[in-house]
Design a protein around this ligand. Structure first.
Ligand code: DAT
Ligand code: MG
Length: 132
């Protein structure tokens, strides 16, 4: 996902360009908006964390861009491209280093496993919206 802070600042083109330049193929793509309930479902793994309320309010405040990306070793490769959760420690040249505002408003989401990538792809897209 390209998160609200980045969509709000007109960074969708820059971020998709970084993603393509890093060799990812786009298999599904849409601009949409999460309701507070959808944000709570998407981030349910973090429901007991102190930042959950802040996180779900932020993720539902304005549009996001959802995408399914393909590359060999995609989960790890994408996490390398986006960098650490906190832009202050994200490596130079990573998307979060370049664009993120803070640990909370960090511009992009990446799945943390192949299993969760499939769950998250199905959360955002119907079968016919994902190109095989
Ligand atoms: P990541 O997005 O790098 O996988 P995560 O899964 O630990 O990070 O947390 C999910 C999101 O929750 C993260 O992108 C931003 C928010 N978040 C995490 N830790 C936070 C904190 N200490 N304060 C505020 N927001 C936080
Ligand atoms: Mg995570």
């Amino acid at each position: 996902m390209i998160k609200p802070d980045a969509v709000e600042r007109g960074l969708v083109g820059n971020i998709l360009s970084d993603i393509s330049d890093s060799g990812f193929k786009i298999k599904a793509l849409k601009l949409t908006k999460l309701s507070i309930e959808e944000a709570k479902t998407f981030y349910s793994i973090h429901s007991e964390r102190p930042f959950f309320d802040e996180l779900t309010k932020y993720m539902s405040r304005s549009p996001i861009v959802a995408a399914v990306l393909e590359k060999s070793n995609a989960v790890l490769e994408f996490r390398n491209l986006i960098g650490d959760t906190d832009p202050a420690t994200a490596k130079k040249g990573t998307i979060r280093n370049k664009y993120a505002i803070s640990k909370g408003e960090n511009s992009v989401h990446g799945s943390d496993s192949d299993e969760n990538a499939l769950i998250e792809a199905k959360f955002h897209f119907s079968g016919r919206e994902i190109l095989l």
